[in-house]
Write a protein that binds this ligand. Sequence first.
Ligand SMILES: [Zn+2]
Length: 197
Amino acid sequence: MVDTPLESLAASQARVTRQPSVMQLTIYRGSREIGGNCVEIRAGSSRIVVDVGIPLFDADGGPFNAKVLEGKSTEELLERKILPGVPGLFAPGPAPDAILLSHAHLDHTGFLTYAHPEIPVYATKGTSKMMHAGGVFARGVELPRERFRELMPGQEVVIGDFRVTAFSVDPASFKRTALLIEADGKALLYSGDLRTL
Ligand SMILES: [Zn+2]
C-alpha cells in the first residue's frame, strides 16, 4: 500500500506524538536524610508532589529548629534553601496538579502552609483527622477542608495522567500509607514510613 503524502504526514505525526513519555522523578529532599520528604513526579502533562515535609536536620546536620521559620516569607525561606524550590509549589511557576501526603507527621506535611493555596491535597481520612487535631491542639499544620481529596486505602484515584493507590503500611491503623503511583506503563511505590510489629 502506498500512502498519500497527507497520510504519511499524519502517520509520522502520530509516531511523534505516540513516543512514550517517561515518568520523571525529582527528589528535592529526603534521599539522604530521614524526614523532610518532598518528591516531584512528572508524567505526560501532569505533575504531582508527594509529601511536603519539614526537615529534621539543618544544613549543618544539627537538629532543625522550627524557630527559623518564624516571621519569614515564602521568598525568604526559598532563598535560604529551607523550602525546596519546587516550581508552582513554593517557587514561582505553574502549579502542580496535586499534593499527596503519605501521613500526618510534620516531616512529611509541615510545609503545607507555604504551598500554593489552590493545589488539591490527597490523603486518607485518618491523615486529615490527625492534621486537624494537630492544627487545633498542637502547633501542627492543618489541611483545609476545601482542598482535601480523600484517598481510600486500596482504591485507585486518577489524577491527570497518574493513577494513585494508597495502601496502609501501619498494622495498627490506616493513618500511614504507601502510595503506588502509575503512569506511562511505569509504576513507582513510595513507601512512606514503614512500620512493622
Ligand atoms: Zn512519619
